[in-house]
Design a protein around this ligand. Sequence first.
Ligand code: CP
Length: 307
Amino acid sequence: MSLSSKHLLGLRNTPREDIELIIDTAKTFREVLERPIKKVPTLTGKTIVNLFFENSTRTRISFELAQKRLSADTINFSISTSSTKKGETFKDTVKNIEAMKIDMIVVRHQSAGVPDFLTRISNANIINAGDGRHEHPTQALLDFFSIEEKLGKLSGKNVCIVGDVSHSRVALSNIFGLQTLGANVSVCGPATMIPRNIEKLGVKIYQKVEDAIRENDVLNVLRIQLEREAGGAIPNVNEYHKYFGITRERLEKYNPEIVILHPGPINRGVEITSEVADGPYQLILEQVTNGVAIRMAILYLLGTLPN
Ligand code: CP
């Protein structure tokens, strides 16, 4: 079994077989992470560059760890110490890095479409680690893995994405992938944070978070992205918390069986209380651990594709 594409750019057109193969492979690597020696020789001799043009904690460290666990040689591009600061173009930067004979590029960029652009100027395997408001496929895949670990197959499950959907690449990758896997997908948030016409994607809209909690198996709670102008979409964070905040009281009252996901970083006391973020409903740190296994699976499957 192998993936149908040499790149992972998003989940919009990723077939069900590919998503299932990545999740099944991640299960094997999740077991490797529990061993005393968490390393396998699978990608020995492969060179992978992590090109992060935007801040990241979880995704960058997770990819780097995944590469090291697979015995690949890994290079981290740091924009603050690179010649980008002297005016070198993005294309020249990539062409120069590629001239050093690399095999894969993991890219995060503030502009949507950069991973796709890279496929046209590079021969390396390209993995999207988050591009603007477009997609964040590895985050969505680790979300699916975490849900399936807890609740079994996603087919027929009800999953609601709560919060700042308009500014979220996590939301879009979740919507595409969850639908491919047969889940019922909905969104919930203030009207100013829900993209116009999202129902055309087959997504139900909840106006009240209480209804979303009552009718879903899983809530994927998004961060309020104040740095991406989300602040303009709500009067203030206290108001947001009052109407859409995920609190223990709401979960206990409307659905004590619900499972809570959050991609991080968390705004404690805004979209979610500390009591929920650290409590029994959530899988947040499990998601982070599973993220390493998912990224190992993707690197392995792309790195061992026949030419
Ligand atoms: N979930 C996520 O993408 O987190 P980082 O921005 O820290 O990578």
